[in-house]
Design a binder for this molecule. Structure first.
Ligand code: UT7
Length: 325
């Protein structure tokens, strides 16, 4: 009997050239480098250039993932883009990425789960691969949050940045493998009653505008560690993998303090935590694949390693995915 799994074949990232430091932000709003570093761990973030859109970031990350996998766009039969900052209300940013890659076969669609978007996209794509609807899928997290920030609100504008990360998931028969590779387990959650803690105050149906991000940061923080540690524990349940077996945790990069506290609660050593929040800020759906790319490219994550990815964001939504690399 076959055992089709979604195996990671390549990773890629793209960050816009322009970097915005805390020092520069301190000239724009009433803040300091010390406050931002102490409260969030963020030192700098990248900002997309005028005329550079989410689909451009996504396509650049996708090309890097294809190079990394030794594949061409023709090999891809599904493109899933996780984003809360699409180029347009419709069509899906994934269709623009498909066109930018010069292909017109296969399927392409977006997933909207804000900061949890990439983890949601991995779970959905895994299901489609296992059911035989895709063979080689590009899963991308891409955002231009700089476009939905209120640049006069110091409580939010210092936290977010732009970027994109991409992976290629391929169907592989792992039957007979003693330790099957690929996605081993995923768990997704949502709680729509928490809308008012993190949302954008505009949209096509309500206001016919794009709107700005609004966050009650302290209250989001209060839910984050418990939700994230809980979802990781649920994701491991029934897999035979224990917390102590995990080689790497690739968390959503919202806040250094949330990341550290979650790892502590899970009993994971600091060395196993992949951190990019200091150099990327919070890039929403792009944050997990950007962090993943950094740890794969520098050789930390190696074939056979057990990796847990987790994220939480607006909705609330949250989720985790356990992978044997
Ligand atoms: O990705 C989606 C999920 N999002 C998150 O996980 C974000 C979760 N929340 C957080 O990361 C943190 O709550 C923040 C980094 C947003 C804020 O840290 P905090 O320790 O919770 O600070 P706070 O909101 O309680 O603010 C403390 C003080 C306030 O002043 P008062 O009322 O104590 O006088 C704020 O007005 O810091 C003030 N403040 C600032 N001061 C300097 C808020 N923003 C700034 C700023 N610079 N940029």
């Amino acid at each position: 009997m076959s055992d089709i799994r979604s195996v990671f074949k390549g990773v890629g990232a793209y960050l816009p050239e322009r970097m915005l430091t805390n020092a520069e932000l301190a000239t724009m709003v009433d803040t300091t480098d010390e406050w931002i570093v102490e409260r969030s761990g963020i030192r700098q973030r990248h900002i997309a250039a005028e005329g550079e859109f989410t689909s451009d970031l996504a396509a650049a990350a996708a090309r890097n993932a294809l190079d990394n996998a030794g594949m061409t766009p023709d090999d891809i039969d599904m493109i899933v883009v996780a984003t809360a900052t699409p180029d347009e209300t419709f069509p899906a940013t994934a269709t623009k990425v498909q066109s930018a890659l010069g292909i017109s076969h296969g399927a392409a669609f977006d997933i909207q789960a804000v900061c949890s978007g990439f983890v949601y996209a991995l779970a959905v794509t895994d299901g489609l691969i296992r059911s035989g609807q895709a063979t080689n899928a590009l899963v991308i997290g891409a955002e231009t949050f700089s476009r939905i920030l209120d640049w006069e609100d110091r409580a939010t504008c210092v936290l977010f940045g732009d970027g994109a990360g991409a992976v290629i998931l391929s169907a592989e028969d792992q039957s007979g493998a003693e330790k099957p590779r690929g996605i081993l387990s995923s768990k997704l959650r949502a709680d729509g009653a928490k809308h008012d803690l993190l949302y954008v105050d505009g949209g096509p149906s309500m206001t016919q505008t794009v709107g700005h991000l609004r966050m009650r940061g302290k209250e989001v923080f209060r839910h984050a560690v418990g939700n994230l540690a809980g979802i990781v524990a649920e994701t491991l349940e029934g897999t035979g993998v224990n917390q102590s077996d995990i080689d790497w945790i690739v968390p959503h990069q919202a806040n250094r303090r949330i990341i550290d506290a979650t790892a502590r609660k899970l009993g994971l050593p600091p060395e196993s935590v992949v951190l990019t929040v200091d150099i990327h800020g919070n890039t929403s759906a792009a944050s997990v694949p950007l962090a993943l790319d950094s740890a794969v490219q520098d050789g930390r994550i190696k074939p056979g390693d057990l990796v847990i990815m987790e994220a939480m964001g607006g909705g609330f939504t949250w989720g985790a995915s356990l992978v044997r690399w």
